[in-house]
Design a protein around this ligand. Sequence first.
Ligand code: CMP
Length: 153
Amino acid sequence: MTERTLVLVKPDGVQRLLVGRILGRFEERGLKIVGLKLVAVDRTLAEAHYAVHRERPFFEGLVSFITSSPLVAVALEGPNAIAMARAMVGATRPHEAAPGTIRGDLAMETAQNLVHASDGPETAIAELALWFAPGEIVDYARDVDRWVLSPVD
Ligand code: CMP
């Protein structure tokens, strides 16, 4: 099933010059970039994105981290895009993330784990609506898809 999901390359990814490498992994895999922007996140957006963690002790740290420097927001599309992006990102805690995943290869700390990816279909819809205005997600055809996607889908 074709899905769309939100991935954030968080401030540590931008500051560590890893944006190209991280986006490249998704692109090489075959996921289609349908939205992309650099965002200086304000407190309102940060609190909305992390609303589910509002009662956690690390909430203030999360908001302060994600507003500390720009991040890159990307909307990705493809069959099972939500599960695929989550698998590629790896476990939240980098010491539990498998080698070959982004966090398993590039991250050391939970609070600076480089990437965020929507964790399910409802979250993906809500997060895409939060990060991208109408018109910022673009429908287009990719010629390469005849070599990447199943012709029966
Ligand atoms: P993310 O996928 O962006 O979603 C929630 C984030 O909370 C998670 O990545 C981590 O960066 C962060 N997080 C989770 N647990 C902790 C923790 N114990 N301390 C600090 N940050 C955390």
